[in-house]
Design a protein around this ligand. Structure first.
Ligand code: GUN
Length: 283
């Protein structure tokens, strides 16, 4: 069966959309997401546009700040400081990757933890690790939501995560562990990847390389989550999993596009509302 990220994300966004009038009545304004993009990376431009469009659909305020490629690091940090202090902004994200002359780590740490809707700030990363309340990164959070949409319990299952990035692999492994899965982390140096993936009741693939997982590597009935977004020479998109062969074996599988991608954006909307509420409940 296909795990339809578009459909699940629509449910999430519709639920948020319904809450907007109540939030506005109670707090005097709607949540506001501010998105900063530096430069012309075509994929980033598409992602950013989709984020702003989702905010509009949900009925939140949104701001898109587009800066030229040659924007200096100091200039970007000054803008972030200004938006940190701006009480009309609840969620603030800087689209990655950034141009090479800007230190990403510095930029991520500059965003105040209270507005870090990406969950990338070191304090959010640490809080997730030790189990404190925090902004959970959008893609991992969306993946768990997709798995839950199957109705299959996670507890006790063997989950294999292929890929160990800070944005996806590591946090999704922690979220699965928190739900009492037995988690195996595999990566580019893993020997005999297939021997691990064949054990996976839940298989999350986030490597960024086409055909890392093929049908012969999937356990029959498994839930397969494909996080990859790879642009082919002909312009089409492919995941990290060979969909055709894997779909023959899997119980559930996400398509690319239309699987994880829309969930990331829906979770960003949720995180923005959560930051908005947290700021008001702590005031
Ligand atoms: N680039 C790729 N994924 C993401 C994301 O989730 N957030 C940001 N800010 N940049 C990204």
């Amino acid at each position: 069966m296909i795990l339809d990220g578009k459909a699940v994300s629509a449910t999430v966004k519709d639920a948020l959309r319904e809450r907007m009038p109540e939030l506005e009545a109670k707090y005097g304004r709607r949540p506001c997401l501010c998105v900063i993009i530096v430069g012309q990376n075509p994929a980033s431009q598409v992602y950013v546009r989709n984020k702003v469009r989702a905010a509009q659909y949900v009925g939140m305020e949104s701001r898109l700040i587009e800066l030229p490629e040659q924007t200096g690091e100091a200039e970007l940090l000054a803008l972030i400081a200004e938006l940190n202090a701006d009480e009309s902004v609840d969620g603030l994200l800087v689209q990655l990757p950034l141009p090479r002359h800007i230190d990403e780590e510095k930029v991520i740490e500059a965003i105040t933890v209270e507005k870090d809707v990406d969950g990338f700030h070191i304090l959010n990363v640490g809080s997730l690790q030790v189990g404190r309340p925090c902004s959970v990164p959008c893609t991992p959070k969306g993946i768990l939501r997709l798995i839950d949409s199957t109705g299959v319990p996670i507890e006790g299952k063997t989950a294999v995560v292929v890929g160990r990035s800070n944005i996806v692999g590591k946090p999704v492994a922690k979220l699965l562990l928190d739900r009492n899965a037995t988690v195996i982390m595999a990566h580019s140096r893993t020997r005999d990847l297939k021997s691990f993936t064949l054990q996976a009741d839940i298989l999350v693939v986030a490597v960024g390389k086409e055909n890392v997982v093929t049908g012969d590597m999937v356990k029959p009935g498994a839930i397969v989550i494909d996080v990859g977004v790879n642009r082919r020479a002909d312009g089409s998109l492919a995941g990290d999993v060979d969909f055709e062969s894997a779909a023959q074996v899997a119980g559930w599988i996400t398509p690319v596009p239309g699987g994880v991608g829309p969930m990331t954006i829906a979770m960003l909307m949720e995180n923005t509302v959560d930051c908005f509420l947290a700021a008001r409940l702590s005031a």
